[in-house]
Design a protein around this ligand. Structure first.
Ligand code: SF4
Length: 311
C-alpha cells in the first residue's frame, strides 16, 4: 500500500525536496518556556512534563556541534546518511537572549550535512529580530528553516483549560510572520482533547488550511508523570477512546488541503515518563488501525477539502 495515496507522507516529501533520505538530529539547548517561569504562567501546559517534549536528548551543556556529531555518527555509518535536520526540540527554543539564539543557530548551520534547521517554540515567543536573523542565515547558507508551533486546539476555551496562555489569534499572527519570512511552518495538534467537539476539528482543518501550514504533526493526548493532567486523570478525567481519536484524525485529514505534509499521525512517549498513553497499546498499532480505517472507508487527505474551504 502506497501511503501517499492516503495522505502526504513526510519522509517522501523530504526525499523529493533534498534528493535523498534526510535524518533528524535532536539538539538540546538550555532554555525554558515563558509558560513555566512565570512570565506568562507557572507550571506550563497541563500536559507538559519536566523535559518539555524533549525525550532522548543529550546533555544541554554539550555544544551544538558535539550533539550533532554524536547523534549523526551512527546514522552516517549505518545508513550512509549525508543529509540532516538539526532539530531544536524541547521547550521554547526562541525563548533565550538573541546572542545565544544566534550562536546556536549559526553553529547548527555550519555542521557538515545540515540541510535544515527545525525550531520548536510557542506562537507568542518569536521576535522580529530572530526572524530577520534566520532569513539572513537561510540566504547565506542555503539551509532551510522550519518553525514548529504548538497550537493543539482551534478553540480558545480549550486552550485556556490546557493552560496554554496563548490564543488562536497568537498562532495566526505567528504563522503569518513565519510564512512572510519564507520559512516552513509546522503545527502540532492534539485531536482527541476531551474538551473539543467534532466541530472544533473542522475549525482546526480550516485554520491550518488558511494559514497555509506546510506540515502538521498529529498527536493523541497522553498523560505524562508529574503533570497537572496526571492529577486530572487520577481525579477521574475521562479521556476519549482510540476509536474517537482515529475518527477525529481522519476527519482532520479529510478536511485538510491535500498539499499539507503530515509529519506525524500519532505521538508517543517513553514508558518511564508515562502514566497513560495511546490506550496502553503500541503507537504503531493505533497508526495501523487508522490507516486500515482510511482504506476501508475510502478516505484520503483532502477528500472534503473543498467543502472545508467554503465554510
Ligand atoms: S508551551 Fe510548550 S514548553 Fe511551554 S509549557 Fe506548554 S508544552 Fe511545555
Amino acid at each position: 500500500m502506497d501511503l501517499n495515496s492516503l495522505y502526504r507522507v513526510y519522509s517522501k516529501h523530504l526525499k523529493e525536496e533534498f534528493g535523498e533520505k534526510v535524518y533528524k538530529l535532536p539538539v538540546n539547548i538550555p532554555c525554558t518556556c515563558p509558560n513555566r517561569d512565570g512570565t506568562k504562567g507557572i507550571g506550563g501546559c497541563i500536559f507538559c512534563g519536566a523535559v518539555g517534549s524533549g525525550f532522548e536528548l543529550l546533555d544541554e551543556n554539550l555544544s551544538v556541534t558535539n550533539q550533532l556529531k554524536s547523534n549523526s555518527e551512527l546514522i552516517r555509518r549505518k545508513y550512509k546518511a549525508n543529509k540532516f535536520i538539526a532539530y531544536f526540540q524541547s521547550f521554547s527554543n526562541t525563548y533565550l537572549d538573541f546572542d545565544r539564539f544566534k550562536n546556536y543557530m549559526t553553529e547548527a548551520s555550519q555542521f557538515d550535512g545540515i540541510v535544515e534547521i527545525a525550531i520548536s517554540t510557542r506562537p507568542d515567543c518569536i521576535s522580529q529580530e530572530q526572524l530577520e536573523f534566520l532569513e539572513q542565515l537561510k540566504k547565506d547558507t542555503g539551509v532551510e528553516i522550519t518553525i514548529e508551533l504548538g497550537l493543539q486546539s482551534s478553540n480558545n476555551k480549550t486552550l485556556e483549560i490546557l493552560n496554554r496562555k496563548h490564543s488562536v489569534e497568537d498562532y495566526i499572527e505567528a504563522a503569518k510572520k513565519i510564512k512572510k519570512h519564507g520559512f516552513k511552518l509546522s503545527t502540532h495538534v492534539i485531536v482527541d482533547l476531551p474538551w473539543d467537539l467534532t466541530e472544533d476539528i473542522l475549525e482546526l482543518a480550516q485554520l491550518l488550511n488558511e494559514v497555509d501550514t506546510d506540515y502538521v504533526k498529529i498527536h493523541s493526548l497522553y498523560v505524562e508523570k508529574g503533570t497537572k493532567l496526571e492529577q486530572m486523570y487520577r481525579n477521574g478525567l475521562k479521556l476519549l477512546s482510540s476509536e474517537e481519536f482515529i475518527n477525529r484524525a481522519i476527519l482532520l485529514l479529510e478536511n485538510l488541503n491535500p498539499g499539507i505534509i503530515i509529519e506525524r499521525l500519532i505521538g508517543r512517549i517513553p514508558e518511564e515518563n508515562c502514566v497513560y498513553a495511546n490506550w496502553n497499546t503500541s503507537w504503531w498499532k493505533i497508526r495501523d488501525q487508522l490507516i486500515d480505517k482510511m482504506i476501508q472507508t475510502n478516505s484520503y487527505q483532502g477528500k472534503n477539502y473543498k467543502s472545508a474551504r467554503r465554510r
